[in-house]
Write a new protein. Structure first.
Length: 134
């Protein structure tokens, strides 16, 4: 199983976990978040992330998802990347996270691709031309 670590501006990570727990009717296992405060030391964030990765990696690797490319949380993930063991995606959305959780029993590469696909397909324009099923 692939572990999932969210590193985001506070309080997004915990909010995404709460939303995922709502959808899946319980908190998914091996899912953690580090909510980064505005003045938090990047060295402290890296230590927290290293410890979280060690806790949630059951041998299948870890997907780290951050919120915005170039932000402090994302910049702190750069030192964490280990191809095939720790992969990183920026631009979290709920569809991305739900897809990652759904496919996390596959390989890390598949989870990365499915999460990216979930993020891309989850962003759609909604207006009065859209007809939702009754």
């Amino acid at each position: 199983m692939v572990g999932i670590l969210l590193i985001t501006h506070a309080p997004l990570g915990q909010a995404f976990i709460a939303a995922a727990a709502h959808v899946f009717r319980g908190r998914p296992e091996r899912l953690e978040a580090i909510d980064v405060a505005a003045d938090q030391d990047p060295g402290e964030i890296k230590k927290l992330a290293d410890a979280a990765i060690a806790r949630i990696d059951a041998g299948g690797g870890v997907l780290v998802i951050t919120d915005v490319m170039g932000g402090t949380p994302c910049n702190c993930t750069l030192a964490l990347a280990r191809p095939g063991q720790v992969e990183i995606i920026a631009g979290i959305s709920l569809p991305m996270l739900l897809r990652a959780i759904t496919y996390r029993n596959d390989t890390l590469d598949v989870v990365v691709e499915m999460a990216l696909a979930g993020g891309q397909s989850g962003a759609v324009r909604v207006d009065n031309r859209v007809r939702l099923a009754p």
